[in-house]
Design a protein around this ligand. Sequence first.
Ligand SMILES: [Zn+2]
Length: 267
Amino acid sequence: MKYIDPHIHMVSRTTDDYRRMAQAGCVAITEPAFWAGFDRCSVEGFRDYFRQLTVVEPARAAQYGIAHHTWLCINPKEAEDVGFAREVLSIIPEFLDAPTVLGIGEIGLNKNSRNELEVFALHLELAVQRNQMVLVHTPHLEDKRKGTLLIMDAVENAGLTPDRVLIDHVEEHTVGDVLDRGFWAGMTLYPDTKCTPQRAVDILERWGTDRIWLNSAGDWGDSDPLAVPKARMEMRRRRHPEAMIEQVTFGNPIAFLSRSGHFRIDG
Ligand SMILES: [Zn+2]
């Protein structure tokens, strides 16, 4: 059965990971711009990163029959310097018409700071101006619920419609608010901590399977590029129907991502 991993940072992964994902049924991925494990010190560093995301990774993924897409931004971890963030934002429009760019992301908050909120609002402004979809990162700290509520308020104030915005890294204490307010929700599966495949399936059993997807968010740190197929095994172990497994790991990502006009799964 085919699946999509809609949030994974392949610039940090090896070609072996691409091969294993393809063998497990992965046919498409989306890679939000994020922190690369170190702070970049120039706008040109970001321009190179955006070229890597729009040119290099799609070609690398295609060798394994995986369609690669991306979202562009300066991530919240590097957004404390608002002046620098503005400079990076100014080059993003150069890349938005590239055929595999789906929108702005992953933007959001990390420590819920005032500067992060300002840079978040600048990204939302760009998304409105250029009619872009948005993928949002929510903080992993104990501030997750507060940050998630601040984020949804900012999105609504910017005039974006929630059904073109996915709020990622939801957990038990945020998923209800996100879905109730009309947003899409992403559950990020981590090997040990946070949302394990078991907890993700518990959440699906409680909140249902509409407007929600699963992703690995695999990156340069401790993470598992095969987390989505492992969650599918957990759903099968609990005897959930194949149609439900297919919906959350394939159908829902297609339904949301297709709204960008740039999503394709022909590999
Ligand atoms: Zn991420």
